[in-house]
Ligand binder design. Sequence first.
Ligand SMILES: [Zn+2]
Ligand SMILES: [Zn+2]
Length: 336
Amino acid sequence: MKAMVLHKTAAVNTNPLKLEDVDRPEPAIGQVLLKIISAGVCRSNLHMIEGDWLHDGVPSRFPIIPGHEIIGEIAELGDGVDWLKKGQKVGIQPLWTTCGRCEYCLTGRENLCPRKEITGETLDGGYAEYLLGDAMHVYPVPQGVDPELSAPLFCPGVTAYRAVRKADLSPEKTVYVMGIGGVGHVVVQIAKLTGSKVVAVSTGKEHSELAYESGADEVFNPGVKYDRLGDHARKADSVIVFSPNQDAINAASKLVKAGGNIVLGVHGGMDRINFVDEIQIRGSVIGPRSDMYSVLDLAARGKIKIHSTKYKLSEANDVLNLLKAGKIKGRAVLIP
Ligand SMILES: [Zn+2]
Ligand SMILES: [Zn+2]
């Protein structure tokens, strides 16, 4: 099968992914083989490919095929998988599998499982024609959900959903969403479903358009340094941060009001927070299976839509360069 393979991390402008012929994997007991329809290109893929996360052991091996938000059709069933069918459309999220027996797996928080495997980081991912899945961690794609455009439900979708839940939103509240990219534009849509007022914080024109298209009540541009907050300071009941930028995180601590919360979906440090304000800071990372099913249910009911643009699998390096330059509106998906 054809795949875009990473042998060594490097800047994306050096085209580190190589289009190669590799062996098509065989499903073991409890696994399925997917013929990939579409795979999203995530900013995490960019970080991994450029070596930003090598010090955290990501990727855990070379060569590796990146990609962790995938929809495909089941091409083969491993032994013991009798609840799925050949030809069925299913998705795979970053959480490829989990141990099933730790305290997190036993309490529906398997995204925190210390023995989890991550698609495209600890084992091969979706920048390819075929992909193995753990049958316990693949999700049937509902009727009416476009399988080419909707692969990003499996990372931005679930990531956005969990972050909004952590923000404790309700109709009388105001939430600020920082970063209107692949995840942020879904955060805006799900936050709107809670009835809250949604203010999108974005420094780019295209991303501002996407914020309005996604239903934001207001968009404001604080400048590239995130230092022109004006009368927005201390107006947020909650700030959800998906902007990969320390300045954005610093601004979040100035936007949030006393008693409010900040939900962080990116790496970065917090400025000094005054304890008398009782600000809560919460991390949020992808989501467990229960969140994934909720996202698919919302998509099936037409409540969330991914803004996706299709590219060919062989164009993965070009797409990563566009993403790095902030020139992808919503999400790019690769079609084998
Ligand atoms: Zn992702
Ligand atoms: Zn576990």
